[in-house]
Design a protein around this ligand. Structure first.
Ligand code: ZN
Length: 307
């Protein structure tokens, strides 16, 4: 019975991917000992879950360093992972709203934590969004996300309460130190020189937290799915020239074709890529949120001081 149920669940995701991935073949395999199985959507919430969970949990991240969260299409192996999870962690604020369909299609009934729950969202004009979903770039919001994830882990594994609380406190201290380091590194640079032009509108919270000026983004939206119009590109180029912006920041996991064009037209250069929606891959030294955010700050600082 179980096998046929799983085939039906996976089949609704699409026969082609189903066949490629051999969906259902390994579903129902034994879980990993006593560790709680956590599935997390974005790399940031997966990192927070690993930091808080320590060796009591095994975290499976759905997205990786090459995968944008906005237009992700879940695979049969994602369906298998969520159907076996003890806890599912998402960002929330519609960044990863494809999770709802995934859980439904997989028939998953694991408790769910929306990490951004309770964070006051920055407004956006964009339809379908309750606010700007890129909340983790605000260190105070990141701490709130860590607390929400810790609460979810405790509900799923009450025996780990003490360990999760201790690890959450220790990790939030690291986030605090990261924020202090970024503020110190920006302090010598006059705020009016801290201009940011990025691929999409993902750094509003970062800008507010560290007193940075978002001049614009090549995709003038909080998703990475849209194409800007010729008029929008022209307006951005004019703005970049008027503000004397010298650097356009590209983003990891976003193809920088338009960014190069805008930079060329505006007489600016294209920078090292920022970690907007993803973190670095394994072995990059930026696979953790703290390391990726510090790398972002170093890239911005270098551009602003012209080194
Ligand atoms: Zn984004």
């Amino acid at each position: 019975m179980r096998t046929s149920l799983i085939i039906v669940r996976c089949g609704v995701l699409g026969a082609a991917v189903w066949a490629l991935a051999g969906c259902g073949a390994s579903a129902g395999s034994a879980q990993d000992g006593q560790r709680s199985q956590v599935v997390a959507t974005t790399m940031q919430v997966a990192d927070f879950a690993r930091e808080v969970g320590g060796d009591r949990v095994e975290v499976t991240g759905i997205l990786d360093a090459d995968t944008e969260p906005h237009d992700y299409e879940p695979t049969p192996s994602d369906a298998e992972a969520v159907s076996e999870a003890d806890l599912v962690v998402s960002n929330g604020a519609n960044l990863d709203d494809w999770l709802g369909d995934l859980l439904e299609q997989a028939g998953a009934d694991a408790p769910r934590v929306q990490a951004a729950r309770g964070v006051a969202l920055l407004p956006t004009d964009e339809e379908g969004f309750p606010g700007d979903p890129h909340v983790w770039h605000d260190p105070d919001a990141a701490a709130r996300m860590v607390d929400n994830i810790a609460a979810g882990l405790i509900r799923a594994d009450p025996a780990g309460r003490g360990a999760y609380r201790r690890r959450a406190v220790a990790y939030k201290r690291r986030v605090d130190r990261m924020a202090a380091t970024i503020r110190e590194s920006f302090a010598p640079i006059p705020p009016e020189r801290r201009d940011l032009v990025t691929s999409h509108d993902a750094f509003g919270y970062f800008a507010r937290a560290y007193d940075v000026n978002v001049v614009g983004s090549v995709l003038p939206v909080v998703t990475t799915e849209a194409e800007p119009s010729a008029q929008q590109i022209r307006a951005l180029v004019d703005e970049i020239r008027a503000e004397g912006v010298r650097t356009i920041f590209t983003e990891e996991a976003v193809e920088p074709r338009l960014e190069r064009r805008v930079a060329e037209e505006a007489g600016a250069s294209v920078s090292t890529s920022l970690y907007a929606d993803v973190l670095g891959g394994p072995g990059s030294g930026r696979a953790g949120f703290v390391e990726a955010e510090l790398a972002n700050a170093r890239a911005m600082r270098s551009a602003w001081v012209g080194s």
